[in-house]
Design a binder for this molecule. Structure first.
Ligand SMILES: Nc1ncnc2c1ncn2[C@@H]1O[C@H](COP(=O)(O)OP(=O)(O)OP(=O)(O)O)[C@@H](O)[C@H]1O
Ligand SMILES: [Mg+2]
Length: 215
């Protein structure tokens, strides 16, 4: 079984959101299950919703276990993880918190760690694109220095994300509900971003390929 743990000291960076997105993506194709190690219980609620609305029963012996945490990793979580994914923002405050988090991990844990820049501000405004690139460069240099394995493709700030994760009536990765298609390209772009992240994780973990029809 492969274990993927989501962690970062900083709150609100998207640990639970991304953990949920991975379960949403994989449950039709893979033996995936989730475990909520955060006493707030949001990931547990999301799993319940998927179970109820999708009619899924998660396997007791999954091939992949997705673990959401309350921030700091317990040593058991960190040691048994095949991959530790750290969603982070790109502000200085976010990067400082990420540095603290990475500082608490040892070398072997860093070698299994992937940073996921989330809620990043990629906008058509040139100024913000420049700021974004600058922040990504800082993050890359930092990750290289710390000996962290990998940076995943960034996911931008999308107002639709929250709604998207609550649409549990269709598999959003396959079928985009009509009302979202009408709104703008934003929904499509968001799915492409999330799919790019998940595809990279599949490669990192050397999971067998799945055939998914394009949305
Ligand atoms: N890329 C994004 N674009 C827009 N909103 C996002 C994005 N990623 C996450 N969010 C929103 O940010 C909020 C915080 O996300 P989430 O609860 O997943 O963070 P967390 O790291 O699990 O927080 P906590 O430390 O409280 O557990 C949620 O409302 C979520 O919908
Ligand atoms: Mg959370």
């Amino acid at each position: 079984m492969k274990r993927i743990v989501f962690g970062n000291i900083k709150g609100g960076v998207g640990k639970t959101t991304m953990a949920t997105a991975f379960v949403e993506r994989w449950y039709p194709y893979r033996k995936v299950a989730g475990r909520d190690d955060d006493s707030q219980g949001s990931f547990g609620e999301a799993l319940d919703l998927i179970r109820e609305v999708r009619g899924v029963s998660f396997p007791e012996q999954p091939d992949i276990l997705i673990i959401d945490t309350r921030g700091e990793l317990g040593s058991i979580q960190a040691d048994s993880a095949d991959l530790i994914i750290c969603p982070t923002g790109l502000s200085q405050v976010d990067i400082n918190a990420l540095a603290k988090f990475i500082g608490k991990c040892d070398e072997s844990q860093r070698a299994r760690m992937a940073i996921l820049p989330n809620k990043s501000k990629i906008t058509p405004s040139k100024m913000l694109i420049n700021q974004h690139q600058e922040a990504m460069d800082i993050l890359r240099a930092f990750v290289e220095e710390e000996g962290v394995l990998h940076i995943l493709p960034p996911v931008s700030q999308r107002e639709l994300l929250q709604e998207f994760l609550q649409i549990f009536d269709e598999n959003p990765f396959q079928t985009v509900p009509e009302k979202y298609l009408k709104r703008d390209q934003s929904f499509h772009n968001m799915i492409a971003e999330l799919t790019a992240v998940i595809d990279e994780v599949e490669e990192m973990l050397e999971l067998p390929k799945i055939a998914v029809e394009a949305a």
